[in-house]
Design a protein around this ligand. Structure first.
Ligand code: PLP
Length: 380
């Protein structure tokens, strides 16, 4: 059996998405900026994709800008807001993805901002009282706090954070890369200025995504050149990627509750089986608490063992693909900045299982069995 449990890294393409993209690789090759028929046909496909995405998140089409993925969207929101609006302070958390952390650190290094880090507890739950304290002394701040953590799956209450940010007139960006296509986002119910989508996290193609930017908030482009995306993002559009992105989000919304139920069932099974078969197993962050974590991610903390260095390798040779790594390893394998921030035990191993609609209960049983086998070998 070959098993893929690394869906937070990327997901397999849905065949229906590929079918939607193929005509734009084969027949519809016009440049969308061309005014002739070949171009107009492709332009129409891009605008339809924009409308589809806007409709699904309850936004206006003009609020959607296509990007090369989540990283570019995070950079665009941060650089655009901070530089255009002259914001001098930003708040984030040490648990953010590097697409946000390194971007804000680059802006700090360039002298644009002073950067503050929000406090959190040992399970990675953010301290929203600290957020208020920071905002009270620094109004008109850029705040970037993710919806779900890609490593430990913790869900942040972005509705509550948005209310706090609104009280202090802060610009609020949320990296929703791990939740777009997995939860229903309604921008009318949120106070966010920005949200992000990356197609390859919900069975779409790699290298394409979007930034939702609330209307009225004008920011400068990140990429300069042609006048594509209403001067917001220069460069000939990734047409088939954009078509695939919209199709993938449409499919995700169509089957969302059914898939959520299926995947949560797999996660519950993982938790049960791991607890039955591996003594001393624990879960990092709020991973094992269904109401506080992304249903696609389970971050497992394994008891101290000489095997922990080789966990991913040993699973890989048994055809199980996962992500992980110990938090406190050194040298070439610098470990996880998220687990390090949680104050990990350097002797414990860590594995992230991340699931999709394509995984099965048999695959869960197989993966747990492979892992348990290793620990049983050590125990005898
Ligand atoms: N933000 C989060 C939370 C992610 O998990 C990822 C990808 O793993 C990114 C940003 C980057 O997205 P992309 O791969 O589309 O650049």
């Amino acid at each position: 059996m070959t098993v893929y449990f690394d869906n937070a890294a990327t997901t397999p393409l849905d065949p229906e998405v590929l079918d939607a993209m193929l005509p734009f690789m084969r027949e519809h090759y016009g440049n969308p900026s061309s005014i002739h028929g070949h171009g107009r046909q492709v332009r129409a496909a891009i605008e339809n994709a924009r409308k589809t995405i806007a409709h699904l998140i309850n936004a206006a089409p003009a609020e959607i800008s296509f990007t090369s993925g989540g990283t570019e969207a995070d950079n665009y929101a941060a650089f655009g807001s901070i530089r255009t609006l002259g914001l001098k302070h930003a708040i984030t958390s040490p648990l953010e993805h590097h697409a946000v952390l390194h971007t804000l650190q680059a802006l700090e290094k360039a002298g644009d901002i002073q950067l503050s880090y929000l406090r959190h507890d040992e399970q990675g739950r953010l301290d929203l009282v600290h957020l208020e304290v920071l905002l009270a002394t620094n109004p008109r701040t850029f705040v970037s706090l993710m919806h779900a953590n890609n490593e430990i799956g913790n869900l942040n209450d972005i509705a509550a954070i948005g209310e706090i940010c609104a009280r202090y007139d802060a610009v609020f960006h949320t990296d929703t890369v791990q939740t777009m296509g997995h939860y229903r986002h309604d921008v009318q119910q949120l106070k966010n200025h920005f949200l992000v989508g990356s197609a390859h996290k919900f069975h779409g193609p790699k290298g394409v995504g979007f930034l939702y930017r609330r209307s009225g908030l004008m920011i400068d482009a990140l990429l300069h050149g042609g006048s594509q995306e209403r001067n917001q993002r220069a460069g000939t559009e990734n047409v088939y990627g954009i078509v695939g992105l919209a199709k993938a989000l449409e499919i995700a919304y169509r089957g969302m509750s059914e898939h959520q139920q299926h995947i949560q069932g797999l996660k519950d099974r993982f938790i049960d089986k791991l607890q039955q078969q591996i003594e001393g197993v624990e879960f990092n962050g709020t991973s094992a608490q269904a109401d506080q974590s992304l249903y696609t991610v389970l971050n497992v903390s394994l008891p101290p063992s000489e095997l922990n260095e080789m966990l991913l390798f040993n699973l890989d040779i048994n055809h199980v693909s996962v992500s992980g790594g110990s938090a406190c390893t050194s040298g070439a394998n610098a470990g996880s900045h998220v687990l390090t921030a949680l104050g990990c035990d350097p002797d414990r191993g860590a594995i992230r299982f991340s699931m999709s609609k394509y995984n099965t209960t048999e695959e869960v049983d197989y993966a747990v069995e492979q892992l348990a086998k290793m620990y049983r070998k050590v125990a005898v």
